[in-house]
Structure formats: structure tokens, C-alpha cells
Design a protein around this ligand. Sequence first.
Ligand code: ADP
Ligand code: MG
Length: 628
Amino acid sequence: MTKKQKKMLVRILLSAAMLLGLHFLPIEGLWRFILYLIPYLTIGYDILRKAWKGIRNKQIFDENFLMAIATVGAMLQGVLQGGDYVEAIAVMLFYQIGELFQSYAVGKSRKNISALMDIRPDYANIETDGTLEQVDPEEVPVGSIIVVQPGEKVPIDGVVTEGASSLNTSALTGESLPRDVTAGDEIISGCINLTGVLRIQTTREFGESTVSKVLDLVENASSRKSKSEDFISKFARIYTPAVCFGALFLAVVPPVFGLLFGSGANFSQWLYRALTFLVASCPCALVISIPLSFFAGIGGASTQGILVKGSNYLEALSKTGWVVFDKTGTLTQGVFEVSAIHQQGTAYTGDQLIEYAALAESASSHPISKSLQRAYGGEIDRSRVTDIQEISGCGVMAKVDDIPVAAGNDKLMERLHISCSPCHLVGTVIHMAIAGEYAGHIVISDLIKPTAPAAMEALKAAGVKKTVMLTGDASRVAQQVAKELKVDEVCAELLPGDKVAQVERLLEEKPEKLKLAFVGDGINDAPVLSRADIGIAMGAMGSDAAIEAADIVLMDDDPMKIAKAIKISRKCLGIVYQNTVFAIAVKLLALILVACGAANMWMAIFADVGVMVLAVLNAIRALFVKKL
Ligand code: ADP
Ligand code: MG
């Protein structure tokens, strides 16, 4: 409990005790009023003050105003009716108990979420003269060697230079199996080192590291409002004045009517009903539980390695009907193996082709480039390469040892007016032109991600109507992957711009109600990620462009997580819907009962606090998403 909550608890107990004590004190008249005023002010002074502030700032219609006017009214009525002040005080008391519970529950769930997100490292170890020194991770320059001991968090992204260990990545990916790493492996910050001592050469600054990015995203997520939340604030703007006028109507019209038509005025009875009407009308359950549900939903998703950048995206995700995929790096591993080298003529050997390709690709972050560099195996001497140009969806051109080299697909060769020979093998073909002459091609092939087939089935099971694959790769490769994964539609040989056009076409074709999600690895598909209704990026191992452009980031690149994210969003929106319907229904019922004189102020406050407690408890359910 926080200090503020403790203080409130003391106020609640104190005023309840006073109320009990006064019950046995036989005093009448003014003194009775003054004595009862003490517990009333003890429990309600802050509400009265906030209501007064609201009036002065011309933002009158909030729950403080409702509570203030209702209880002040009830106190005054007590004066007129022989000193019954208990009701006014009790109403305030219950209201404050409700508020206390709510602040406790909200605080608790926030704390739960931050505990689950407890990945922020406090220090990095740097070894100087054989001793470890703890420094602020923000002060570690790129390229430093840091030491991570068992039990410590990896503070900064980097590459292991020495040691072997297993890492617990569950805070980032939701994956419970530890990941084994040895020298040469890239690792991301936020993981916990379990077994061995690791020496890591940092590849990013702390601020650019995965852990900082993830925390930024989650912390900013709640600032993007969903339609449901918008609905609530619009609703409150109309609702509160409406009930105030409703109450005024109740206080004035029926008694005046009675006066005119001779059935007796009874102003005091209708005033009481009007005040009860105000108490019953508090919309707190809605106002509190809906943002809390989204917050819990986003928190729950993040524990599964799914980062949602705002409640609006969670809402859109729940309506996903069509899912469009990029191929390389999204459905396939993006780790290509060289399956054949066909050289043209005898000018260059196969090994030389690979060497030139790897050098020309030295600056690219495309999976193809990484794979060629790995196939080459040797150290890449960047000083041999100049004038590097990467053409998205086509390939690269560069000068290696001052000789122009081009490596890419048919389109690249067409651009350069170099005729190339087709390949009979199925695979991604990298044509090579060296010094303006066609030199042959390297055939590489990629493996489908092991979870991809199951991910496709899970999507269909989750009610996704259509799946589409868009790729820049050759049509034969695309068809093969599509057949294996049972994708409904394939478009191949697309440039990044064509992918945008295809997504725009699909956006036109899809039924109005359904949303279209695009899933990509962010390498040259950032424009599509932002064009789709929902952009989902494979964010692992830090493709920065993807994390920037996407609305949802999957931390471990596992396509299974797409269906999971959809299920999480559905659960969360389901809870929002339940709370909305439940709260509005109970409110309406209470208001009708009060207007007919069938419910008193006690019942009204019970209904209000009760609904609020149930709605908050229900909202917290959105946090539990592990088993979905
Ligand atoms: P995908 O849509 O499958 O992710 P891309 O749009 O990234 O594919 O690339 C499409 C095609 O362009 C690749 O299959 C390859 O033929 C060629 N290409 C793109 N980048 C490179 C590169 N760096 N080196 C060689 N070829 C490339
Ligand atoms: Mg791609």
C-alpha cells in the first residue's frame, strides 16, 4: 500500500468509528449537525474540494461533482428531517472504500506488469586489470567488452567473444526453454545469463539496445487510445450532464406536477430521489475498467514476447480477417545455404564468385547478404569494397578491388542490360556480373521456419479467412513455399513498391469489417508495414526499421505468435465488451429503480461500488494470457 492509500484507510476507519460512536449519543438540533459534520468532512473533504475546483474550472460534470452534490443535498435534507445524517456519510464512506480498492487494484496490476517487464539492467561489468567494475550501461561505448556473470542480465546488445552459457529469454520472448550461446553468437539485452561467464563485445549503445527499445514501446503504448476508450470519454461528456439534468427534472417536475393537479407536492421525497439518482449514476466502473483492461492486455502480450504499441492496435488486431506475409525471414528462416554454383565460362572459379559476392554484399543487412558472407567464411576486408549501392528487391552493386560487381536477381541484370542464363534448379538465384560481363550464378535455398505450417493452421483456427504471401523472390520458389504452407494466394517477383500496391489492392478487396494485417521482417518492407491496417514485424535480433514502422513487434520471430496475438486481443476486447455492457446495464437498472422510488441511496452506492469492483477484477483477467 502506498502512503496515500494508508492515509485513506485511516480516514475510512476514523469516520466509521465516529459514526458508530455518534449513534449512541443522544443529542439534538444544531449540535447534532455539527458533530455529524466532523465524520462527513473527515471522509469527504477531498471530494468536496475536487468538486469545487471542477466548478471553478468550468469542468463541472465529473464523479466528484455528483458525489458532492448528492451528499451535501442529503446532509441538508437531514437538517430538514430531524437530523438523519447517517446516509450522507455512509454514501461518502462507501464511495471512498471503492476508490481505495480501485487505486490499490490498479497500482497492483501496474506493478505486476512492470515486474513482468523487469528487464531493465542496472549496470554493466567492465573488466579492468583483472577486476570487474560496475558501470552505468549508458556509459559503455559501442565495441567495448563487457562481462556478464551467471544470474546477471545482459545489459547491452552484442556478440559473444568468449564463454558459453544458456540464456533465459522468457522476459523478452515468452519462450521458456533456455537458449544456448557460445562465442560468435549475437545476443540481445534483457536476457538473463544462467550458467557460464560470458564476455560480450557490444554492438549497440544502451539506448539503441533491444531492452531500451522494448521498455520505451511498452511505456508509451498506453498513450495511443483505442476507439473503445474514445467512446468512453465521449460517452462521459454527454452522460454526466444528461444525468444531472435528469436529476434536476426529478427534483422539480413531478412535485410541481403534483402541486398543479392536486395530488400533493412532496418536494422532499422527490429531492431525495434526485440525489439518489446522482449517486447511482456515477460512471466510474466504465471510466476505470476500460483503460485498465487494455493496459493489462498489452502487459499480458508483452510477457509472451508480443509488443503492442497501443490499445488501438490491440483493438484492430481483434478484427483481423486477412493476413498477408512476406516470405524471406518471415515464413522462412532467411538463412540460405548455397546449393549450387554455376559459373559462366572460365574467367572465375566458384570460390571467387562467392568471394566477390560476399564482398559486394558487405554492407547489406538482407538475409541473402548475411548468408553469402557466411558461405564465404573468410574475414571480409571492407577496404577492398567501394561505391556500394543496394537496390531494394533486386540486389547490390559495388566496386571490389575497383572492378564493378553486381549480385542480384534477373531484374538487376535487366537493369544493367546484361543477359543472364536461367537456372534449372529451384532456389533463389543470385546472378553475378563482374566487370560488366555475366559471370554465372549462385543458387541458394532457404528453409521454412519449423513453426510456420502450424502457425498457418493456428491462424485458420483463430478465424482468419485468407492468407496471402508476397515476395520479391522468384515465382518457382514462392509457389513451392506456398504449397507447403497452404497459403491461399501468392504474388512473386515483387519490388518493395509492388508490395505496397498489392496490399492496397487487398485492402480494397477485403470485406469492410475485417482488418488486414501485414507480417514482415522489416527488411525493405517498412512501407508495407505502415500501409496495412496492422503492421506486424519480426523484431528479433534488432531490425530497427521494423520496430519503428510496425504496430506490433514479435520479439522472437516466431510466426506462431501471430495467432496468439490475435487471441490475446480477442480476450482483451471481450473483457472490455463485458465490462461496458455490464456496467451500463446495471447503471440503467439502478437509475430506473431510483426514479421509481424503489431503491434508496444505500442501494445506489452498493450498486456503484459493486459494479466497479467486479469490472476492475474482470479487467485484470486480461493480464493472464499464457494458456491462450
Ligand atoms: P522477400 O519479399 O522474399 O522478403 P526481398 O524483397 O527482400 O524478398 O528481395 C527480393 C529478391 O531480390 C530476392 O529474392 C533476391 O533475388 C533479390 N535481392 C534483394 N536483396 C538482395 C541482396 N542484398 N543481394 C542479392 N539479391 C538480393
Ligand atoms: Mg523480406
